[in-house]
Design a protein around this ligand. Structure first.
Ligand SMILES: Nc1nc2c(ncn2[C@@H]2O[C@H](COP(=O)(O)OP(=O)(O)O)[C@@H](O)[C@H]2O)c(=O)[nH]1
Ligand SMILES: [Mg+2]
Length: 358
């Protein structure tokens, strides 16, 4: 125990004193959910809050990595330090895709001011957004000025991941007339800036125009409204509130050619404008509060699920229960009651003890 906490103490010290190896080691522990990583992340929290977190999402091949590379280069020119987290939810192991990303990032390799890291879904269900949030914390505590999170914009998981960012940019490829129509409502809802990358290609102007038209419709977006069950403990309320508060910020639509760097400065300026708007409007603080609430809910859900999973295993596994339900020996509700009973009993006992102690 003592030895372990010493190690973690050293890692924290390493991060705070700018040791890249400590940073890499901490992010690995976060990614692997290594024993004690929670304590580590807990201790990082008080040192965070200074970084600007930028989320970059869009379909595979839309040019995210190329754009990130250019941004990192330009931030470095301005004397700012950069941390990049590239999320690849599809690959459980570090493989070709990651290597590809590393090659694309070649222009910044060797620059100690840029820390690049790929992360993938290794841990349990829904763990990637938690791990990303924790990795952002490590980079923030380390003192990175800018943290860029690159993630493929597809499902809810990716939406959850980019929610950790202060400013979310959505890349939309030009040309295909359907591109704008097929943008998922969830993605639209989180976009603070739209980027039509590959503006050197045909159809970019039309895509920009379509996006601008759509942005005008966003204040009434149905995506922000949710059903009645939303106030439950684990429900994510952020979407509902966002649709009202975001009324003051209309996402700009920009064009870039990431390959040449054209338009990248302007894109960075619009990130800056959004960041200022967040601070001045008080949204930054509101968003942070919402994010922490969501994070607490997620952690509770994960811990509860883990605890219940142990109970299920103790009872012979979920298949055992399913078999009994199939044979009409029991029913799903009774099974759940049975599994929950010891947990509830324990909670009730603790509450009683607490009352007696007062
Ligand atoms: N023509 C053109 N190609 C680009 C541009 N930006 C990126 N690409 C190319 O598009 C491909 C995919 O880019 P990449 O950054 O890996 O996309 P990601 O999957 O979104 O990270 C690569 O071959 C890039 O060289 C651009 O602005 N114009
Ligand atoms: Mg990429």
């Amino acid at each position: 125990m003592t030895g372990e906490s010493n190690t973690y103490g050293e890692l924290i010290e390493g991060i705070l004193s700018g040791d890249q190896r400590a940073l890499a080691s901490v992010i690995s522990k976060i990614e692997d959910r290594a024993p004690g990583y929670r304590e580590l992340v807990s201790n990082l929290h008080e040192h965070t809050g200074n970084a600007d977190v930028i989320g970059l999402t869009g379909a595979p091949g839309s040019g995210k990595s190329t754009l990130v590379d250019k941004m990192a280069e330009k931030y470095r020119e301005k004397g700012e330090t950069v941390g990049v987290i590239a999320i690849d939810p599809s690959s459980p192991f570090t493989g070709g895709a990651v290597l590809g990303d590393r090659i694309r990032m070649a222009s910044n390799v060797g620059d100690m001011g840029v820390f690049f890291r790929s992360m993938s879904a290794r841990g349990s269900l829904g763990g990637l957004s938690t791990a990303t949030t924790d990795a952002i914390r490590a980079l923030d505590a380390f003192g990175k000025d800018r943290i860029i999170v690159e993630t493929v914009g597809a499902g809810q998981n990716e939406v959850d991941i980019v929610r950790a960012a202060d400013t979310v940019a959505v890349l939309v490829p030009p040309g295909s007339g359907d591109a704008v129509q097929t943008l998922k409502a969830g993605i639209l809802e989180i976009a603070d800036v739209f980027v039509v990358n590959k503006a050197d290609r045909d159809g970019a102007d039309r895509t920009v125009k379509e996006l601008r038209e759509m942005v005008g419709e966003i204040p009434d977006s149905p995506a922000g409204h949710h059903g009645a069950g939303e106030k439950e403990l684990f429900a994510d309320e952020s979407g509902e509130e966002a649709s009202e508060e975001d009324g003051n910020w209309t996402p700009p639509v920009l064009e870039t050619v990431a390959k040449t760097g054209e338009g990248v400065e302007e894109f960075m300026e619009s990130i800056e404008e959004h960041s200022s708007w967040l601070d001045e409007s008080g949204e930054a603080e509101k968003n942070a509060r919402k994010r922490y609430a969501a994070e607490i809910r997620t952690l509770l859900r994960q811990d509860t699920a883990d605890l219940l999973q142990e109970e299920i295993e103790r009872g012979g596994g979920i298949e055992e229960h399913a078999e009994k339900v199939l044979n009409k020996e029991t029913d799903p509700y009774s099974v759940v009651d049975e599994i929950m009973k010891p947990v509830e009993d324990c909670v009730n006992r603790k509450r009683e003890e607490g009352r007696e102690g007062n």
